[in-house]
Design a protein around this ligand. Structure first.
Ligand code: ATP
Ligand code: MG
Length: 346
């Protein structure tokens, strides 16, 4: 089976970090002997410049027909029209592909623990994933309206919506340390009661995975006082939004963290959590780690090559440990030097 990948370099540092990552994928595929077809498409600001819209039909069509999408970053100060923004392409793709599950790993190794604003002893060896429900809850529930004397948002979840995100969390946990922590506000919210009840139900299908429940207020504390206790955290849209931003400070650099978004059957999308970093674009300064770790997730989840994924993750962290790192990590290497070192280690 030849897997299809669509590459969307986007704007700012996006093209620099994606181009090098695709070369790494090429080298890895030879070592681990797997095949893939890759097409590159315009997306974001560059697509506005060339085609008048951030998500041209041809780009969306390619994404729909692929197994995985690798995205650099979109946006920048150049695109100021509020009605035609690069970021609209991102929302469009999430909606068109029904990407309901957002996955954000937080990893702190020995070589990166000193970068964290938190104590090294607290963060060292942290390795957890937040699974955030992305298409339901307060952001989309009806009724939703704004009047001068009253405004309403509705927090609604169906059993089906909770069940499908729960399966994503349990499947990830079964391949890891086999603990799911479900985060809710069950003591006050009806939607959280259904959430907890449904998680319990789904957990029966995964007897080797332990399910814990935690209230969101407690979780926000635990996340920065004892992040090592977590394996897979699963939560609804708003709680996930807040907790994943809180988690993003743990590793100490935006340039380190990857993410993935999963749909029902269609393609999954992999992108670093950072933006297009226009202040350093085109200067060969960007840290490619977040992009490379997103590629590792893609290799594991969409190309089904777990050993290759692990190899890439190990190399990314070992390279930093060996002192080859960009400025944001306290090093003095360029993006291309980091890529070269990684390629040599494959
Ligand atoms: P967006 O709105 O697109 O999320 P943002 O305002 O959050 O963007 P980023 O583009 O993520 O901002 O950049 C924030 C800061 O972090 C910038 O100073 C940028 O240079 C730095 N930064 C982001 N990504 C990287 C990276 N991969 N390597 C080095 N520095 C980075
Ligand atoms: Mg941002």
């Amino acid at each position: 089976m030849t897997y299809k990948i669509t590459a969307l370099p986007g704007d700012g540092i996006g093209p620099e970090i994606l181009k090098g990552s695709i070369e790494i994928l090429e080298t890895l595929s030879k070592k681990f002997q797997f095949e893939y077809d890759l097409v590159t498409k315009d997306f974001g600001g560059i697509a506005i410049d060339k085609h008048g819209e951030p998500l041209p039909p041809d780009t969306l069509e390619a994404c729909r027909n692929s197994d995985a999408i690798l995205l650099g970053a979109v946006g920048g100060p150049k695109w100021t029209n509020p009605k035609n923004r690069p970021e609209h392409g991102l929302l469009g793709i999430r909606k068109a592909l029904n990407l309901f599950a957002n996955i954000r790993p937080t990893i702190v190794t020995e070589s990166t623990a000193h970068l964290s604003p938190l104590k090294e002893s607290i963060v060292k060896d942290t390795d957890f994933i937040i699974v955030r429900e992305l298409t339901g809850g307060l952001y989309f529930g009806e009724p939703k309206y704004f009047n001068d004397d009253q405004a309403v948002d509705t927090l609604t979840y169906t059993t089906d919506e909770i069940t499908r995100i729960a399966h994503i969390a349990f499947k990830l946990a079964s391949k890891r340390n086999k603990v799911v922590t479900s985060v809710d506000k069950e003591n006050v919210l009806s939607s959280s009661k259904l959430w907890r009840q449904t998680l319990e139900q789904v957990s029966k299908e995964y007897p080797d995975v332990t399910l814990n429940h935690l209230l969101v207020d407690a979780c926000s504390m635990h996340l920065i006082t004892n992040p090592k206790q977590f394996d897979v955290i699963v939560t609804e849209n708003l709680f996930g939004d807040i907790l994943s931003d809180e988690a993003s400070v743990i590793p100490g650099s935006l340039g380190l963290s990857p993410s993935a978004s999963f749909g029902e059957n269609g393609p999954s999308l992999y992108e670093p959590i950072h933006g297009s970093a226009p202040d350093i674009a085109g200067q060969n300064k960007a840290n490619p780690s977040g992009m490379l770790l997103s590629l590792a997730m893609c290799i594991r989840e969409s190309l089904h090559q777990p050993e290759c994924a692990q190899h890439l993750e190990d190399i990314v962290f070992n390279t930093i440990k060996n002192g080859i790192a960009t400025k944001d990590l306290g090093g003095n290497n360029s993006t291309s030097e980091v890529f070269e070192a990684i390629k040599q280690s494959i």
